[in-house]
Design a protein. Sequence first.
Length: 202
Amino acid sequence: GVSNKSKSNQINCHQFSGNLYLRKASILLQEDYADEALEVLEQAEVITPNEVEITLMQSKALLALGQHVEALSLLEMLKEEQEVSEVYLQEALIYEDLEQYGNMFDALETLLYLNPTHIVAIEAYEYAYLINENFEFAYRDRAEICYELKYYKEALRSYEEILGLFEPDADLYLIAAQCHYHLNQIRVAKNYLAQAALLESM
């Protein structure tokens, strides 16, 4: 029979080989060889089946090939097995490529629920409103996330942009005032509170 030590060595070799395949596939994807990357990932899957990272990279390769339905179906399989925040980031990227921004933000909201400090999600919100300046929800969601993470300067920047681009409301002035308060800008905070009170009374 095979000794436990020998079995352990075999497992370690397999894991090492799997990682090599993943690295090779990643390089191929970066060089825009998505078809070749998929072939390498199939080999990796034989060595280390049910590996989340392999499935994620397969989804990325399919997205690069414009096969959105197939890319999304792989992610659905992952969701059934476990809640991995990177799955929802990849899903958001696919919906962004399809210009389905509502679905993209649903995926980002789930991502932030699973991983509230994910800076890439914050960046994705910013990118979304760079694409469409009228996308008010993107501004508001990004501002709220920054505020919850205590990135008060970043939150304030988003709130100022909202106030400049869209119809202001009392809540916006109120939370902008709170940002100024946390940044120890008390006089400005008071001015914003006065604006909030004025709008509330109208």
